[in-house]
Design a protein around this ligand. Sequence first.
Ligand SMILES: [Zn+2]
Length: 218
Amino acid sequence: MNSSATMTRSNEPEDVEVHNRSEHPGLARRSAGWIEVIAGSMFSGKSEELIRRLRRAKIARQKVQVFKPEIDKRFSQDHIVSHSEMKHESANVRTAADVRANIQPDTEVVGIDEAQFFDNELIQVVNELAELGMRVIVAGLDQDYTGKPWEPMPQLLAVAEYITKTHAICVKCSQPANYSQRIFESEERVAVGATGMYEARCRQCFVPHADAPTIHPD
Ligand SMILES: [Zn+2]
């Protein structure tokens, strides 16, 4: 009973957001910020969860800025987009230093999507922003297609106050899926894509190299 209450608290830090600054503008910057990380495989709803939190912040009239790495050009240039087609405007930046350079002083909430495509300076940048009193929400793939932890996500998970691990559903066996299975031949670590290039797999069904796509008899 206690454990489930604790669980809800750590997964749902939003319960503090409304009371943070928008209702008490005089307290702005007096309270410390924090880092939230949303980590998981492809098709696990990371971007959707990020967008949901950003929308709630905006409803609370907090000033929100969102960044994504320029490498991720799928769907939209100036939006982050979930596979379920939820959207949120965002700025394309090339490096973590660009995130720092583009932050406006009155920003209260910073969203960062596809964090695995950023350089390791992102760890320093998100720490700085949190220390300035900002709520920083970072979403990203925690493992590459071979199952290796994908920097800077492991370090971000270590420094975050709140962590949410999202799961997809294994296309082979319907268990919770923690891996992004590559289903096309390529040795590149970065091969941006979605449906038709990757599928969600569980630990038992995942193989750390390209595999044939799962075919479901209809
Ligand atoms: Zn499976």
